[in-house]
Design a protein around this ligand. Structure first.
Ligand code: KIV
Length: 275
């Protein structure tokens, strides 16, 4: 059964945890979908884990549309969430609606995600009014890395905790169907999750959220540049890949690959006529 934003709301209402991972390509999305993941986020994290940038800021609409379409072809049931890249919505309501529309029309996403709280409520209202569901994203919002002075936990003191809570109310009021809480203290995320009607999806926000999301290369130990504190490596796929690649190099170099079973045959007399 295809998951929709209503599925997410029902899950929150029933107290069932929502599971999300990022994906950026067809094969990975298909595999996650077959495992029964509830939602797949094509995050602008693709700039870091797929494209090798230091942060998410250089990611373009074209990058996002391309990868969102790949994922949408692979996932039949998961809710497809397309991330809006830096400067695709901050510049105004018209840009926000046009670019959200492109993620739906060209990327085949079911909904979009954008970063920011009270500062982007006009964009959330306008995109929602265009019948495109919006997942908000508050707390540590990576597109604001320069404004924050680094990737830092948000909401640890009186003022910033109040701001994160106010942002949560603001995005719900503006019509967001869910909100990602990134790198906020677990007790604050739990409090917000209890106060909001819409589901909260945590990343580095503790277990009190209504669901969780992780970048899959982090969760499967494929991305090796750094490991954020909140990441659990559920499998060492990086090690499995390294072994496979090393075995391939070794067997190719020594001539044991390709073997008989990987080879196409031809009758000897056909070959002889060619000499
Ligand atoms: O871009 C992304 O992958 C995200 C998650 C970290 C929530 O926004």
């Amino acid at each position: 059964m295809k998951n929709t934003i209503a599925t997410f709301q029902e899950m929150k209402n029933k107290g069932e945890k929502i599971t999300m991972l990022t994906a950026y390509d067809y094969s990975t999305a298909k595999l996650m979908d077959e495992c029964g993941i509830d939602g797949i986020l094509i995050g602008d994290s693709l700039g870091m884990v797929m494209m090798g940038y230091e942060d998410t800021l250089p990611v373009t609409m074209e990058d996002m549309i391309h990868h969102t379409a790949c994922v949408a072809r692979g996932a039949k049931n998961a809710l497809i969430v397309g991330d809006m890249p830096f400067m695709s919505y901050q510049t105004g309501v018209r840009d926000a609606v046009m670019n959200a529309g492109r993620l739906i029309k060209e990327g085949h996403a079911n909904c979009v995600k954008l970063e920011g709280g009270a500062a982007v409520t006009e964009q959330i209202k306008a995109i929602t009014a265009a019948s495109i569901p919006v997942m908000a994203h508050i707390g540590m919002t990576p597109q604001s890395v320069n404004a924050f002075g680094g990737f830092k936990v948000q909401g640890k003191n009186d003022d910033t905790a109040k701001k994160v809570l106010e942002d949560a109310y603001a995005v719900q009021e503006a019509g967001a169907f869910a909100v990602t809480l990134e790198c906020v203290p677990a007790k604050l995320a739990e409090l917000i999750s209890g106060k909001l009607n819409i589901p909260t999806i945590g990343i580095g926000a503790g277990k009190g959220c209504d669901g969780q999301v992780l970048v899959y290369q982090d969760a499967l130990a494929i991305f090796s540049d750094f490991k954020p504190k909140f990441v659990k490596q559920f499998a060492d796929v990086g090690a499995v890949m390294r072994k496979g690649i090393n075995d391939y190099i070794k067997e190719t170099r020594e001539g044991s690959f390709p073997a008989e079973e990987h080879t196409f045959k031809i009758d000897d007399d056909v070959i002889e006529k060619l000499y």
